[in-house]
Each structure stands twice: as C-alpha cells, then as structure tokens.
Write a new protein. Structure first.
Length: 295
C-alpha cells in the first residue's frame, strides 16, 4: 500500500495555486483539506517509526542481556559437569574401602570438602542467575507494557486531532462564504448608491430629491443596481471571496508548514536515537504498515 505523505514540494505547489487567479476558492479549500489528510499519513508514519524503533531497541537490549546470562548458564553447566566428574572420581577412590594411608585419606577428605564447597558456590551462582533472568524478564515485560501504553495514548487523540482540523477548515469556508455574501451585498448596493448621490450633485433626480413618482425619483439608482448585478456582481463576489479566503488559506498553509517541520524534526530525533534511517525502516516494514483513514 502506498504511503501517504506530505513534502515541502507539495506546500510550494499549493502556494503557487494560491497566487493563481484561475484556481477556484472551492478547489483551494478541497486541496488544502487533502494536504492535511496527507500530513496525517506523515504523523502516522512517525508514530509507527517511533514505536517500532523503540520496540527494536528494547528487544535488542533484552536479547543482549539474555545472551549474557545464557553464556553464564552454559559456563555454569560446564562447571557442574566438572563437579560431577570430581564426585564420581572421589566415590571411585572409596569404592574399595577406606585407605590405610592417612595422607591419602586426608586428600580424599579435603577433596570431598572442596566438592561440597564448590557445589554450594555453584548452587548459589545458579540461584543468582535464575533470579537475574527473572528480573530482566519482568523489566522487559514492564517496558513493553509501557511502550504499548504510550502508543495507545498517542493513538487515542490522533483521529480527533485531524478531524478537528478538517472540521475547522469546513467551518472557515462556510464563515467566509457568509462574509462574502454580506460584503458583496454592501458593495452591490453601495455602488449604485454612490452613483445616485454623485449625479444628484449634478441636479439629476436622486434620493435627495422628492417627487410624486417613486420610480422616477430612484431611476438612476435602480438602473445602476441592475447594471451592477448583470455585469459586476460575480466579479465583486469573486474578488471579495478571494481576498478573504486566500488570507485564511495562507495562514492555514503556514500552520501546516510548521507542523511538517516539527514532524521532520521528530523523525530526525528518532533516527539519531535509534540509529536507523526512516527510509530503511519503511523498506523493512512497509508491507506491514497500516494507514487508516484519519479523517
């Protein structure tokens, strides 16, 4: 499955779209929402990268500790085997009865005492190793549990975070549309009104002059209003919409750029801490990475 991701090139391409008057405002809002969705992929990848990198580090550390104690256990088994051979040898010496030579008997007794002492040491060493292995198993289990909890805690607000960003974008688009309608109405009515007042100074019938014929009294205003609605209304609405929307979209794009910069900083931090490039991680784990629909 292809990995959804956002790059600086995508942001630069969108900046160019914002300066293109041929791009519709609706299209720009849709595209920005798509950029946020792609950035959600960056964040998911970072979360997976942090989790797997930390998990690999834990497993490697655990494996190294286990290997160390496995070597000690192997050495302990070798010493136990040597001790068994010494016990067999001592028993063979006594198989034909107690020797009359006191010097030989003293050596046998000393060997038996040494065997008992060494056996106690080996038993203590075995107990210590078993305890240490149990300890690192418990510590490893707790570390895994903590890592899983951290991953779970990060996943909980993940969807709500990007859903909120998407919802905020939709609300902004609606609010701007309402403002555009309001400002456009003011402009569409204001232009004929200004014309009416201007020509009133020249002595033509206007609001300032009162006649018995209401239509005649306002004919200049009404004609101007019709002309503006026919030839200028759409341009006025588009101009106002573009002024309000582009300003908001630029701010949103800057916010997204800051989020992407922080994401890249976190990726670099994980790479440095765990000594694994993100590209190598993706190559090794791309087949198991699961990017769910975040929005």
């Amino acid at each position: 499955m292809p990995i959804p991701s956002l790059s600086e090139k995508d942001l630069e391409a969108y900046r160019n779209d914002l300066s293109d008057p041929e791009k519709s405002i609706g299209e720009l809002f849709i595209k920005l929402n798509g950029l946020y969705q792609r950035f959600a992929g960056n964040e998911q990848l970072l979360a997976d990268f942090e989790y797997v990198a930390a998990l690999n580090s834990l497993e490697n550390t655990y494996a190294q500790k286990k290997e160390h104690f496995n070597k000690e256990i192997t050495e302990l088994k070798r010493q136990f085997k040597q001790l068994d051979n010494r016990i067999v040898a001592a028993e063979q010496k006594l198989r034909h009865g107690i020797p009359e030579d006191l010097l030989i008997m003293d050596k046998i007794i000393a060997e038996q005492e040494s065997i008992v002492e060494d056996q106690e040491k080996l038993n203590n060493a075995e107990t210590h190793i078993v305890e240490q292995v149990r300890k690192i198993d418990i510590e490893h289990g707790k570390a895994l549990q903590k890592l899983e909890q951290q991953q779970h805690n990060r996943e909980i607000p993940f969807k709500s975070k990007f859903s909120a960003l998407s919802e905020q974008l939709r609300k902004a688009e609606k609010e701007i549309a309402l403002k555009v309608n309001g400002f456009s109405l003011i402009a569409i009515i204001g232009i004929p009104l200004i014309i009416d007042l201007f020509f009133g100074v020249l002595g033509l019938p206007t609001f300032a002059q009162r006649t018995n014929n209401i239509i005649f009294n306002h004919y200049l205003f009404l004609i101007s209003l019709i002309m503006v609605e026919l030839f200028l209304a759409d341009k006025i609405r588009n101009r106002i919409s573009r002024m309000l929307s582009v300003s908001y979209l630029k701010d949103s794009l800057n916010t997204l750029g800051n989020l992407l910069t922080e994401n890249e900083r976190q990726v670099a931090k994980v790479e440095s801490e765990h000594h694994i490039p993100l590209a190598e991680f993706v190559e090794k784990n791309g087949h198991v990475l699961d990017y769910k629909d975040t929005f």
